[in-house]
Design a protein around this ligand. Structure first.
Ligand SMILES: Nc1ncnc2c1ncn2[C@@H]1O[C@H](COP(=O)(O)OP(=O)(O)OP(=O)(O)O)[C@@H](O)[C@H]1O
Ligand SMILES: [Mg+2]
Length: 322
């Protein structure tokens, strides 16, 4: 079972238009809404790969109910809602057909009260404990995904990680900014930031093999056992420490026509944790993860992966020593 947590989901709305002219009304040709949020994408990917997953979401209002409904009905993903008073945000992307240009408008994340922040923490652990109780011997992985909607939740990951580790749950953190830095202090088992996120975290450019290896070493020193740094079309650098030994590799994806690479990191995470949970080797897990990322990049819809396409891409991933 892979339980994902998305503290800051959204209704992800796309409006297709001919051309954007600021200050003028524009008529849309087509409009579509999907459930947005990083953990949602991880769960969608795991589901497509045939794994069991549950998606815990901080949601509120009718937009919150809509996100949950979209996930359950379109993607057949089980949802565990963590209700708050404020409505879940909508992100509207305007897609100009002529120029193939996209402009996204982000509403602010929902504010939470102190009491709600406490409830989110406790309820999430309650969901986890119920899953454990149902299937005491099944392996359990938790992924903590993305940003938090309110500064009151800034230490959510940092508080959850020790609880998860105490329960012997494998935990992967994929976030950025203060909540990522805070969460890292609690030493999650695994992390999957992208290159830019690590550059911000460590305050240094990753522009050579040497700086990349140095960054991976620093991440291990923070207590992380499996560190993955992805870099879009350039692939991923992976480093696992087991006891005192290191396994390091680089995965290079095949060329695909990139349509929309947003969410490729999340699909990578979905592929990675699914493969590791079913006992695949690190190398095979990274192959599957990279194929999921590449497949996502070659479609407009985020996280709507196709299993056959992924299986076709897997043998095309090149693995090299780092
Ligand atoms: N254009 C592409 N072609 C092939 N593979 C890609 C492409 N873009 C991404 N990938 C694959 O997906 C992985 C993750 O992509 P990326 O580094 O862009 O993630 P990210 O920035 O964390 O994305 P997000 O946070 O939006 O999910 C890459 O390491 C690569 O394997
Ligand atoms: Mg990412």
């Amino acid at each position: 079972m892979i339980l994902t947590l998305t503290p800051n989901p959204c209704v992800d709305k796309t409006v297709w238009i001919e051309r954007l002219e600021p200050g003028r009304p524009v008529r849309g040709e087509r409009c579509d809404c999907v459930a947005g949020g990083k953990g949602c994408n991880v769960s969608k990917a795991v589901r497509q790969l045939g794994g069991a997953t549950m998606c815990a979401l901080v949601v509120g209002g009718h937009t919150g109910r809509y996100v949950a409904e979209l996930l359950e009905e379109r993607h057949k993903v089980s949802v565990a809602p963590l209700w708050v008073e404020a409505s879940t945000r909508t992100i509207t992307t305007v897609l100009e057909c002529e120029k193939h240009r996209q402009t996204a408008i982000f509403e602010p994340g929902s504010a939470v009260t102190d009491e709600e922040a406490e409830c989110i923490h406790d309820q999430f652990l309650g969901i986890l404990d119920a899953l454990r109780e149902n299937e005491p011997h099944a392996p359990l992985t938790v992924t903590l995904n993305g940003t938090v909607p309110d500064a009151k939740l800034r230490n959510l990951y940092a508080r959850l990680i020790p609880e998860l580790k105490r329960r012997k749950v494998f935990v992967l953190l994929d976030s950025h900014g203060p909540e990522f830095a805070e969460g890292l202090k609690a030493a999650p088992d695994a992390i999957k930031p992208n290159r830019q996120e690590v550059e911000e975290l460590l305050g240094m450019p990753l522009d050579s093999e040497e700086t990349l290896k140095n960054a991976l070493t620093q991440l291990h020193e923070m207590g992380v056992e499996l560190a993955v740094i992805t870099d879009g079309v350039n692939g991923a650098a992976v480093s696992r420490r087991e006891g005192g030994r290191f396994q390091q590799l680089r995965a290079i994806p095949p060329q695909v026509e990139e349509i929309n690479s947003i969410g490729s990191g999340d699909c990578f995470v979905g592929g990675l944790v699914h493969a590791l949970q079913i006992g695949q080797s690190l190398e095979d897990a990274v192959r599957l993860a990279s194929a999921c990322g590449a497949s996502n990049a070659s479609h407009w819809d985020i996280g709507a992966l196709n299993r056959e396409e992924i299986l076709r891409l897997v043998p095309q991933i090149r693995i090299e020593p780092l």
